[in-house]
Design a protein around this ligand. Structure first.
Ligand SMILES: N[C@@H](CCC(=O)N[C@@H](CS)C(=O)NCC(=O)O)C(=O)O
Length: 215
């Protein structure tokens, strides 16, 4: 087994993969590309990932891009029954929340991050920020209701659904937003934050992204 991960540490999509690899205590080579590191338009990178984004993962002969495909592959291969349930009914719940993150939650919270953190203050649109925060909180309220019943999004155990959603937490709780009180969502944040793998992969400074729209 020889695993290589390409991507910058302050990318939320890369953090899904590095968090998961840290949970599994897997050894891998990490090549820093994207953002201020550049390299995404290099022919050798485009040959691996024609989408010219991070993350990209190589495991032996297999090359994969799209963060959710990567976490699903790693979980199925190296964490079956752990981060990837075996029963189809349990697995379906993991994928329900994972797809919801891709289509609904991540566009909302990342939109707020771009409008509020990446956009220089002089160019910010207060109304867009207000709407983005309201939508993100509405979606977090959905998670709060779910997390009132179970400790993790898909049930009793941590799965990759928590990882793809949970990469939002460090940024959300450090951004200057008006956060509503959501006790079960906050308790889930505490549970995830207690994990060494979360601290290593997700609690990463995003200082170089502040006021920077370039990448
Ligand atoms: N849907 C893709 C999105 C990938 C993506 O947009 N990555 C961003 C970073 S989060 C990127 O590569 N931006 C250009 C850069 O970092 O230079 C995934 O989940 O992997």
């Amino acid at each position: 087994m020889s695993i290589t991960l390409w991507g910058r540490r302050n990318s939320a999509n890369v953090q899904k993969v590095s968090w998961l690899l840290a949970e599994l205590e897997m050894r891998y080579e990490h090549i820093l590309v994207g953002g201020s590191h550049g390299g995404l338009d290099a022919p050798e990178y485009l040959a691996l990932n024609p989408n010219a984004k991070v993350p990209t993962l190589r495991d032996g002969e297999l090359v994969l891009w799209e963060s959710h495909a990567i976490v699903r592959y790693l979980s199925a291969t190296y964490a079956s029954g752990l981060l990837w349930p075996v029963e189809p009914r349990d697995r379906a719940l993991v994928d329900q929340w994972t797809d919801w993150v891709a289509t609904t939650y991540q566009p909302a919270w990342v939109g707020v991050f771009w409008d509020l953190v990446r956009t220089p203050p002089a160019q910010q649109n207060a109304e867009a920020i207000r709407k983005g925060v309201a939508e993100t909180v509405r979606l977090q309220r959905m998670m709060d209701s779910r997390l009132a019943e179970v400790p993790y999004l898909a049930g009793e155990e941590l799965t990759y659904a928590d990882i793809v959603a949970g990469v939002s937490l460090y940024r959300w709780f450090t951004m200057p937003v008006d956060r509503s009180s959501l006790p079960h969502f906050e308790a889930w944040h505490e549970r995830l934050r207690a994990r060494k793998a979360f601290q290593e992969a997700v609690c990463v400074s995003y200082e170089e992204l502040v006021g920077r729209l370039a990448f």
